[in-house]
Design a protein around this ligand. Structure first.
Ligand code: ATP
Length: 438
């Protein structure tokens, strides 16, 4: 994990937020390679969930919502974690933190940070929503929350979407957007952060059809992660027992990934029943029923939700891609990303900076980057340039040498097999397209 965190910083995937000021707790920034990888992940999700389906529409709801939304959703009353403080070292922990020995509030309890006994307070509830104020004068302004999930923006818009897009049930609403949670014990790099992005899809179904759709989405989502190239042995489902279910859920399963720090939730599949729409109906006083055009029945749909964190997925993809290999007595670090996810698809290198090679290489680069994210590098020994792209996870390296200038051919190096093919310059585009867009 340390190697991954250090590569992430060194190569510009992830930086600590406000680093020059000492950082901000569990908030991270994406660098030049990270932002490309992240975009490739969200694009791929959007392609599968929205563009390739007739029954799902996209929305982008605002982060700020009417405060009543969060009363209706149950977040004001119930989105809490039990928190304990250490009176000695002032650190805070979730009461269910495995590292706490004994019972918080009692003499036997031991602080996991400073080791003092009897200094942990009784658990008290702590709401995870960030609160801010709307309006110019703080005292008089209305308190408002940063959304802790994107789902509610889809629920309150469900009739707008259904009517404007002329959808019939079953149909879904997909959304990618920021969410905020004031987590008590964030950590493990970008696994649990206070500001994060979610890719959530809410699928509205007829009550009674919900179990079948739950199974459908469970299978679909697993298939999607496998197609990203994630190691199948590192993916499994964990079904929530009755004591683990969230207040809204009828049934829930976590798709877990084996991160370097153990098995953890990557994505949640939830049967939310009619909880959310019924509550919004009650709190807003607006009817949120669906009128079935065939049977003329009116009902509040049930919702099957698929909820995935972008940063958490990015971490899984990076952990999965990282490998070290011995090549010619030296260690090479490779990020073996699936070609469609790789932040840079093609590196272009003149072998040396003379004899017409940089000029031809520039031409080749200009052609390649019309189709693919490419990177031009003429600095340093060719071996080092290859290694730099291996660390960035670039699937192909195109080298322009003396033969290229004389005969109009280039070599294409494959990141994984290290095999080099000699290709005519005018064949390069189709060669790369075949391999990068299978
Ligand atoms: P956890 O049990 O890990 O706190 P959760 O069950 O509260 O997660 P959901 O509310 O179901 O999570 O959120 C859906 C998805 O959003 C999660 O599967 C995860 O990928 C992502 N997610 C939730 N909280 C965070 C966070 N603090 N940082 C990064 N991603 C998060």
């Amino acid at each position: 994990m340390e190697k991954l965190v250090s590569l992430a910083k060194r190569r510009g995937f992830v930086f600590q937020s406000s680093e020059i000021y000492g950082g901000l707790g569990s908030v991270w920034d994406y660098g030049p390679l990270g932002v490309e990888l992240k975009k490739n992940l969200t694009d791929r999700w959007w392609q599968t969930m929205v563009h390739r389906r007739d029954d799902i529409e996209g929305v982008e709801a605002a982060i700020l919502m009417h405060p009543k939304v969060w009363e209706a959703s149950g977040h004001v009353a119930g989105f809490t974690d039990p928190l304990v403080d250490c009176k000695q070292c002032k650190n805070r922990f979730r009461a269910d933190d495995d590292r706490i020995k004994g019972t918080p509030g009692e003499e036997d309890a031991q602080c996991p940070e400073c080791g003092s006994r009897g200094t942990l307070t009784l658990p008290r509830t702590f709401n995870l929503m960030f609160k801010t104020f709307m309006g110019p004068v703080e005292d008089a302004a209305a308190p408002i929350y940063l959304r802790p999930e994107t789902a509610q923006g889809s629920y309150v818009n469900y009739l707008n979407v259904q009517q404007s897009a002329r959808q019939k049930i079953p149909f879904g609403i997909a959304q990618v957007g920021k969410a905020f949670r004031n987590e008590i014990t964030p950590g493990n790099f970008i696994f649990r952060t206070r500001e994060f992005e979610q890719m959530e899809m809410q699928f509205f179904v007829k009550p009674g059809d919900d179990e079948e759709w739950f199974e459908y989405w469970r299978d679909e989502r697993l298939r999607w992660h496998r197609e990203l190239g994630l190691d199948t042995a590192k993916l499994r489902f964990h079904a929530h027992g009755p004591d683990e279910l969230a207040h809204y859920a009828k049934r829930a399963e976590d798709l877990e990934y084996e991160f370097p720090f153990g098995w953890q939730e990557l994505e949640g599949i939830h049967n939310r029943g009619d909880y959310d729409l019924s509550r919004h109906q009650e709190f807003s006083g607006k009817k949120l029923q669906y009128l079935d055009p065939v049977t003329n029945e009116r009902f509040v749909p049930f919702v099957i939700e698929t909820a995935l964190g972008v940063g958490r997925l990015l971490l899984a993809v990076m952990a999965d891609a990282y490998r070290e290999e011995e090549v010619d007595g030296a260690t090479r670090v490779v990020m073996g990303f699936h070609p469609t996810l790789a932040p840079i698809k093609v590196g272009v290198f003149p072998l040396v900076k003379k004899d017409g090679m940089p000029e031809l290489a520039r031409n080749v680069y200009d052609g390649v980057r019309k189709r693919f994210r490419a990177f031009y590098d003429e600095k340093g020994a060719i071996g080092r340039r290859y290694r730099r792209q291996d660390e960035a996870g670039t699937p192909f390296g195109v080298t322009i040498d003396g033969e290229s200038v004389a005969e109009g051919t280039v070599t294409v190096r494959d990141r994984d097999t290290l095999q080099q093919d000699r290709i005519a310059v005018d064949q390069l585009a189709s060669y790369l397209t075949d391999r990068l867009q299978p």
